[in-house]
Design a protein around this ligand. Structure first.
Ligand code: SF4
Length: 696
């Protein structure tokens, strides 16, 4: 195109941001990426959102970590507090790979010798490949000898409620099945912000007549398509869904045959939802009882209906019950197992599905094999040998609690940024400062890197080989679109070299060998082989014959003949608003920025579109607080306070202050609460009491 530099190379990869898994072509001139365009991938068919199109500049950003680093002698760990980017570099001296890996391994061996393997914890990331995830959990369990392995899916988990219901910890129907649905129920999700390319396909279906029942306290761009938009009081999803379930049961609108033949737990559910008349739920949720009836009738009577949910449902201390309630309603109505009918959690990170499949979890072995089953454990003891720790481990937030209590002494962080992503950041900082040994592997000097003893520079996703799995169960092969900068290496290679220093015989480990081992133990990858992916580029699991519906469970479920409606019981919010803290703080994401912003905030285009944090408040609340747009406010909770400008936002429910999580300048997680869902161990990111006042 006119004015553009001549392209010297082009390479294809998968977008590193959300779980849609768009394929993208990066065009380069010399060593610069000059533009990105959507490739014809199985999930995006040429489409990209603003992050995919303009977020790539992080790859060649000057802040990239290009050499291993070791903390300078005498520099205390807490001097890193609040530092990021180039400020962090002064805390370290450059090192060779051998020196840095030796130092990393020596520290882990020291902790293990003094305190045992369980004093070590490993925090991975859903931004790596399947091979990175598999090898990292294997290193933790078979090398470190610790069960404490987790990753950022803990901050948005849908795995346990899905797995207990169907036996499959993945979507039963992919996004494109929406084209076969005449009704969609969407709970706690704003796909136009968080999964924009998926939203573009959804809008196509909605424009063609698919009707939408939206459950979201806030307004959003899909509201204009919604037949019903329940702007419920935050944290009342279970009441609404229970009332809809009760109504279809009481009115005989539910699918009696499906329930009789394919569901277990129905009678317990009937008793559980009995108190939730539409009137009771209307009062709890702040919606109209007649609309509850109408929407329930619409969903139950649909020829085919899909159920989506997102982090607005799952990121609660009662998130598992929100999801169970949505699944129960779908099952009672028989809306699973046909084209256009199914369950779909819109997952967060680009490889959250694959990382969970690979076993990067404290409560499952690879392939969701049962850690409490001796026969399942024996499979891995035989396969891996070595120093094994096959038991239930600590989740992300629990690891940091254990570090503060002096139970965990050494931590290996691969691709995560808990110093900005965890709830209650003051507690996370205290844990990081108190560690005996911290190794951080990343592509940028993040807030977490600032606390490290050893820093290992990683290649970005676009710079390496492997596979990733999107929210639709599509496993895509990736090859390097460009080389990593400086001495940066792929994560799996660094993990392998660290393992060798810990005495594991992994010298010959390769991407291909990791994939083949993983495919051999993950049941859903049955039939997958490296040559298959090398040839086809991608494949959806489970592998099925031509013409088979991608909406699974037409007969039977993975757990058996019947799906389980699990007991659900919303335990209620932990911190209700009161006179001192009268607002509800909810956190979330913007279309332009991704999680802690380490990649997207290094994009000039995305920074121009969304350059600073804002506290979003309903205009009526601004009037009540005598504030105008742009005024600086203090948002305070029982954990801390941040300062930022206010933005009037009529889509926000009155009484709520909404903040994006991506801005270190006013980190929303300084304010959030560390309470966990008892099932999923997901922290509460969507509800705590807050005060808002003009900054003094
Ligand atoms: Fe990337 Fe998701 Fe946007 Fe696709 S929709 S370009 S995967 S951020």
């Amino acid at each position: 195109a006119g004015g553009r530099a001549a392209i010297t190379t082009s390479g294809e990869t998968v977008c590193p941001f959300c779980s849609v898994g768009c394929r993208v072509t990066l065009h380069q001139a010399d060593d610069r990426i000059i533009w990105a365009e959507g490739a014809d991938g199985p999930a995006n068919h040429g489409r990209l959102c603003v992050k995919g199109r303009f977020g790539f500049t992080y790859l060649r950003h000057a802040d990239r970590l290009t050499m291993p680093l070791i903390r300078r002698p005498g520099v205390p760990r807490d001097t890193g507090a609040g530092l990021r980017g180039p400020q962090v570099m002064d805390l370290f001296r450059p090192a060779s790979w051998d020196e840095a890996l030796d130092a990393a391994a020596k520290g882990f061996r020291r902790v293990r010798a003094r305190h045992g393997g369980a004093a070590l914890a490993v925090l991975g990331s859903a931004k790596g490949s399947n091979e990175d995830a598999y090898l990292l959990q294997k290193l933790a369990r078979a090398g470190f000898g610790t069960p404490h392995i987790d990753h950022c899916t803990r901050l948005c988990a849908s795995v346990p409620p899905l797995a207990e219901a169907t036996g499959l910890a993945a979507v039963t129907a992919p996004i494109e099945e929406i084209a076969n649905a005449d009704v969609v129920l969407m709970v706690g999700s704003n796909p136009d912000m968080n999964h924009p390319v998926a939203a573009s396909f959804m809008k196509g279906a909605l424009r063609s007549g698919t009707r939408l029942i939206l459950v979201d306290p806030h307004g959003q761009s899909l509201s204009r398509f919604a037949t019903h938009h329940f702007r419920i009081a935050p944290g009342t999803d279970v009441a609404l869904l229970s009332a809809m379930t009760r109504f279809v049961i009481e009115e005989g609108l539910y699918d009696r045959v499906f329930v009789a033949e394919r569901v277990e737990g129905f009678e317990a559910l009937r008793r559980r939802v009995a108190p939730f008349t539409p009137e009771v739920a209307a009062h709890i949720c702040g919606v109209k009882s007649e609309e509850i009836r109408t929407a329930a009738r619409l969903f139950a009577g649909a020829h085919a209906a899909m159920t989506f949910w997102g982090m607005g449902a799952s990121q609660h201390a009662f998130g598992a019950d929100n999801i169970r309630a949505a699944i129960a309603f779908a099952l009672v109505c028989g809306q699973v197992g046909r084209p256009g009918a199914g369950l779909h959690p819109l997952r967060g990170q680009n490889n959250v599905q694959g990382s969970c499949d690979a076993g990067l979890l404290p409560n499952y072995l690879p392939g969701y094999r049962d850690l409490d089953d001796a026969a399942e454990c024996a499979v891995f003891e035989h396969l891996w040998g070595g120093r094994m720790s096959l038991s239930q481990g600590l989740s992300v937030v629990e690891m940091f609690d254990a570090a503060r209590l002096g139970v965990v002494h050494g931590l290996y962080v691969v691709g995560g940024n808990p110093a900005l992503a965890n709830p209650d950041l003051a507690a996370t900082r205290a844990a990081l400062v108190g560690l005996d040994h911290l190794v951080v592997q990343d592509i940028f000097p993040t807030e977490t890197v600032a606390y490290a003893d050893v820093v290992l520079p990683a290649a970005a996703l676009a710079e390496r080989e492997g596979t990733v799995t999107n929210t639709d169960r599509i496993v895509q092969r990736i090859t390097p679109a460009l080389p990593p900068p400086g001495a940066a290496r792929p994560d799996w290679m660094i993990i392998r070299d660290l393992a060798v220093r810990l005495g594991l015989p992994w010298e010959q480990v390769s991407v291909e060998s990791i994939f083949e081992e993983m495919a051999g133990v993950v049941p859903t990858l049955k039939g997958f082989h490296w040559p298959l992916l090398a040839k086809a580029g991608h494949a959806r699991y489970p592998l099925q014959g031509e013409g088979t519906s991608d909406s699974l469970f037409g007969d039977g479920f993975l757990r058996g003949e019947r799906a389980l409606i699990a007991p659900l019981d919303a335990s209620g919010v932990d911190e209700a608003p009161d006179a001192e803290f009268p607002f509800i703080l909810m956190t979330g994401r913007l279309r332009e920025h991704w999680h802690t912003g380490s990649m997207t905030r290094r994009s000039p285009v995305l920074e121009t579109l969304s350059p600073e944090p804002r506290a979003h408040l309903h205009p009526d609340d601004l009037v009540g607080l005598q504030l105008a747009a742009g005024d600086e406010v203090e948002v305070r909770t029982r954990r801390g306070a941040v300062h930022l400008p206010v933005r009037p936002d009529a889509s926000i429910r009155p009484g709520v202050v909404w903040m994006a999580m991506s801005f270190f300048e006013a980190a929303a997680n300084e304010l959030t609460i560390g309470r966990l869902d008892p099932t999923t161990r997901v922290p509460e990111f969507k509800f705590c009491a807050a005060a808002v006042k003009r900054k003094n």
